[in-house]
Design a protein around this ligand. Structure first.
Ligand code: GDP
Ligand code: MG
Length: 182
């Protein structure tokens, strides 16, 4: 009914970051509660959806994956169009994936062209914290939180798609801040 549909929200979150950081794995863990160590390029659907209740609102969260196209940096305008939140992912064990964040951040704002870029909601996920019991870390939590502060207090989560650590929390945060997109 009308009252209900006014409360029902469709939110589009797009997930960006270097190839191999675990974007597809995080989404699979979040939506299907499954994980595979076998590497396969993303094929098929452009997005997965999850129904959420946030306060009194029913929310359909659309999480968009890059279908492996991030290697070519050619994701196409349709990918970015209407995004309500951008989840940036890097691998805490791979410094280069952290150093790419500025590019992904700026490329997102350039392509999505949101009405108020300075306040557009981003969330950062430092993934694969399970690897080698943390001994192969290349990026400290401090360095990551400093980056987040420099971008206007971007929320930060240290995650493992493999061990299902902080995955729900990160996407719930993305959904919550997505509601603030202009
Ligand atoms: P994408 O290219 O960013 O989509 O990355 P994928 O989700 O395809 O993951 C790349 C590889 O990293 C795959 O072999 C995954 O199984 C593995 N992987 C992803 N997340 C994790 C994690 O949290 N921990 C570990 N140990 N491996 C992961
Ligand atoms: Mg992928």
């Amino acid at each position: 009914d009308a009252a209900n549909s006014r409360k029902r929200l469709l939110l589009k979150v797009i997930v960006l970051g270097d190839s191999g950081v675990g974007k597809t794995s995080l989404m699979n863990q979040y939506v299907y509660k499954r994980f595979s160590l076998q590497y396969k390029a993303t094929i098929g659907a452009d997005f997965v959806t999850k129904e959420l209740q946030i306060d009194d609102k029913l929310v359909t969260l659309q999480v968009w994956d890059t279908a492996g196209q991030e290697r070519f940096q050619s994701l196409g305008a349709a990918f970015y169009r209407g995004a309500d939140c951008c989840a940036l992912v890097y691998d805490v064990n791979v410094a280069k994936s952290f150093e790419s964040l500025n590019n992904w951040h700026d490329e997102f704002l350039r392509q999505a062209d949101p009405p108020s870029p300075e306040s557009f909601p981003f969330v950062l996920l430092g993934n694969k914290i399970d690897v080698d019991g943390g001994h192969s870390r290349a990026v400290t939590e401090k360095r990551a939180t400093e980056w987040c502060a420099s971008k206007g207090n971007v929320p930060y989560f240290e995650t493992s798609a493999k061990e299902d650590l902080n995955v729900d929390e990160a996407f719930l945060c993305a959904a919550k801040i997505a509601q603030t997109a202009g």
